[in-house]
Design a protein around this ligand. Sequence first.
Ligand code: ADP
Ligand code: MG
Length: 264
Amino acid sequence: MPQQLNRIETVVKPVNTMEVEASRLCIDHLSLQLEGRAILSKLSTTLPATGIIALIGPSGAGKSTLLRCLNRLYEQWQGDITWAGQSIRNRDTDLLRRQIGLIGQKPAVFPCSIRDNVIFGLSRQQRRAIADEEIYKALQQAALWQEVEHRLGEPAEHLSVGQQQRLCLARALILKPDMLMLDEPTSALDPRSRDIIERSMMELGRSMPLLWVSHDLDQARRISNHILFMCDGKLIEQSDTESFFNQPKRIESREFMRWSVCDC
Ligand SMILES: Nc1ncnc2c1ncn2[C@@H]1O[C@H](COP(=O)(O)OP(=O)(O)O)[C@@H](O)[C@H]1O
Ligand SMILES: [Mg+2]
């Protein structure tokens, strides 16, 4: 298994600056207050157009809150977030959430069949017209097809937690998103399920950006092409993964790598 991981990693890892230039999601001086407290403070960054971007930082840094702002689960922020040059404030929220899918820590499956869970986010008309090929493709991309191909009509609750998480991925992927955000998607999973998800996401990262919150620095190093390091609602450092781990620019980054805490 590790050998296979390494093999994919060498294919995915190289990041060229042109890709970084062609980035589509820009965050400009994003600030958010909740209950009178500053949770995000003047956060600015431009995400690469492809690859896995690991969002790391101590607990309470604002990582999950940032993801919620990006798909407008929070709307009361200041600053701007643009997607393909257009402010996300001007986008239809449903459409935005299809384009930028969000996968949480715990899988949320619906009390219906595996097949119906995959197509849950489609419109009624799309659900009626959906080709089996599309369902196959989404399950294949989520690395679940082989385990469910003969039981698509079974209740989704029969699946293991690791399989349910991949089912959630398939449900997001069938909507053909332009970007995925994953909030500690493997933290509740066994190592085998974690490895399967990591490998399928590394493959997917070749064609779209994946913003992946991880509290596990080894995982961030293993899977990502880029690092965003946040602390106390601020972006402390952003760089490619190799540079971040080998030559961090900020003392806070060094401390965080050493002690998993940050004193900023
Ligand atoms: N709805 C809320 N109201 C008030 N404070 C909140 C709310 N949600 C999160 N917070 C606070 O915002 C900070 C960042 O939280 P969060 O984004 O969940 O951090 P992380 O994901 O990095 O662990 C924490 O201090 C948390 O207590
Ligand atoms: Mg969080």
